[in-house]
Design a protein around this ligand. Structure first.
Ligand code: ADP
Ligand code: MG
Ligand code: ZN
Length: 478
């Protein structure tokens, strides 16, 4: 049998760090970084006798996430202890939620070639993050940093509804964008604010039961998730094709070798002996409380996209691409507010800016200049101060050194030549120097005009106003 005979089944457990100011059970800051063990107190360091108090903001943020992903919100929920030993977990248990998660039975919609597809969510629950082990390079041991211990997380568990690498990517990007829109997480994957456990299995098409899954823990970049799933699919098919059996196990993805390896650590201990945390009270939520959060939910990507179609007359594709990132679409709106040119702003953002971001391997929220500068650039084109060709060079400079477009143009002497006398002089010179093309044009070959304009552009290093050049040539070639 061949690879095409196998269907891929994927389910994700996504952890998002919540952007509350303080930790989940104490008032230590959640801020990323800092000297090791400076964002800690007796509670998050698990000193004997220290008692946790649940941060209400965590509940609010988790409910926001649940509502934005079409979940049912439990009126009655609780915290449980998940027991396991690991040096980054000072209490030797993680406070999480077991049988009564805050949110259940939701879905996230993705766009596929066959139309919209719902990826069902099993649940969203709240829990605390663990600390971080810093392994020293000399084999002397590991140092524990508890700054991250007790930072609130939500875990979003999907049903095994995803069927390909592409769907995984779309699902994760959609989820990330929803969490950004509702402002509950900064979703910075490079800082570990968003990470996923990826469960993968394969089965032959037509087979009813799922194949045995493997799980890759703590993946935190779209690129490595794609690579890891691709590798794991190949590996599993290979095992099955050769008469072997897939072991249900936890794997570690190794970025350098591009392979997965079995993990032999805490994840092997499967019995977590969950039980309700006796230090925390049950979470009882009133209808008004949930209703109030629902009524104050910000605009979500889908409705913003719809608004762009009518308000800015963008195409479906443009609107979808812009609204996929909250940062990009906020940037777009600010820029349009100033220059009132939605189409132009959209074009710049989705073509040249997107291209440069891609070349420089930057995320969309790493554009080094502000929306006002893009608006200024567009206004300068509109006013005829620069051609759109020169504007592209200005944009490149803005990425290197985010100065005002005006200053960049002045410093580089890029102001467009729109002086009639100057244009005429260039045109006459080009006509004089290219008798053959002039002849061609006069005998009806329109293309020759393009060549002449091109020559003039070359001579002026792209600075001559193209409309004026065209007109002037036509006039003088009569
Ligand atoms: P655990 O919490 O022990 O990891 P769960 O049963 O809660 O296990 O499943 C975790 C994730 O694994 C879910 O996202 C689910 O969709 C996914 N999953 C379960 N079975 C499969 C399978 N056969 N193939 C792929 N993913 C699966
Ligand atoms: Mg799991
Ligand atoms: Zn603390």
């Amino acid at each position: 049998m061949a690879k095409e005979d196998y269907e891929v089944v994927i389910g994700l457990e996504v952890h998002a760090e919540l952007s509350t100011k303080t930790k989940i059970f104490c008032s230590c800051p959640t801020e990323f970084g800092g000297e090791p063990n400076t964002h800690c107190c007796p509670i998050c360091m698990a000193m004997p006798g220290a008692l946790p108090v649940l941060n209400e903001k965590v509940i609010e943020y988790a409910i926001k996430a649940g509502l934005a992903t079409n979940c049912e919100i439990s009126r009655d929920s609780k915290n449980d202890r998940k027991n396991y030993f690991y040096p980054d977990l000072p209490k030797s248990y993680q406070i999480s939620q077991f049988d009564k998660p805050l949110c259940e039975r939701g879905f996230v919609e993705i766009d596929t070639e066959e139309g919209k597809k719902k990826i069902r969510l099993t649940r969203i629950h709240i829990e605390e993050d663990a600390g971080k082990l810093n392994h020293d390079d000399y084999g002397r041991g590991s140092l524990v940093d508890l700054n991250r211990a007790g930072v609130p997380l939500i875990e979003i568990v999907s049903e095994p509804d995803i069927r390909s690498v592409e769907e995984t990517d779309k699902y994760l990007k959609k989820l990330k964008s929803i969490l950004e829109y509702i402002e509950v997480s900064d979703c910075k994957m490079q800082e570990g604010s968003l990470r996923a456990d990826v469960n993968v299995s394969v089965r032959k098409f037509g087979q009813v039961e799922y194949g045995t899954r493997t799980e890759m823990k703590n993946m935190n970049s779209f690129k490595s998730i794609t690579r890891a799933i691709e590798y794991e699919i190949e590996r599993q098919i290979d095992v099955v094709e050769n008469g072997g059996k897939i072991e249900q196990e936890t794997l570690r993805w190794d970025e350098v070798s591009g392979k997965t390896f079995p993990m032999r650590d805490k994840e092997e201990a499967q019995d977590y002996r969950y039980f309700p945390d006796p230090d925390l009270v049950a979470i009882k939520l009133s209808e008004e409380y949930i209703e109030n959060i629902k009524n104050n939910l910000p605009e979500l990507p889908e409705s913003r996209k719809e608004r762009y179609l009518t308000e800015y007359k963008l195409t479906e594709k443009e609107a979808r691409n812009l609204t996929a990132s909250k940062y990009l679409s906020d940037f777009f709106e600010k820029s349009v507010d100033i220059c009132k040119k939605p189409k132009a702003v959209c074009n710049w953002m989705l073509s040249d800016i997107a291209r440069i971001l891609n070349e420089k391997e930057l995320e969309s929220d790493e554009i080094p200049f502000v929306p006002e500068q893009l608006a200024e650039l567009i206004e300068l084109i509109e006013k005829g101060t620069i051609s759109s060709k020169i504007a592209k060079d200005v944009l490149e400079k803005m990425f290197e050194n985010p100065e005002s477009p005006k200053k960049i143009i002045e410093d580089n002497g890029w102001v467009q030549i729109s002086d009639e006398g100057a244009i005429k002089e260039i045109v006459l010179r080009i006509i004089e120097a290219n008798p053959q093309s002039v002849q061609d044009f006069k005998s009806g070959r329109e293309k020759a005009l393009g060549f002449l304009v091109g020559q003039a552009m070359k001579e002026t290093k792209g600075k001559a106003n193209p409309q004026m050049l065209n007109a002037m040539f036509k006039e003088n070639l009569k």
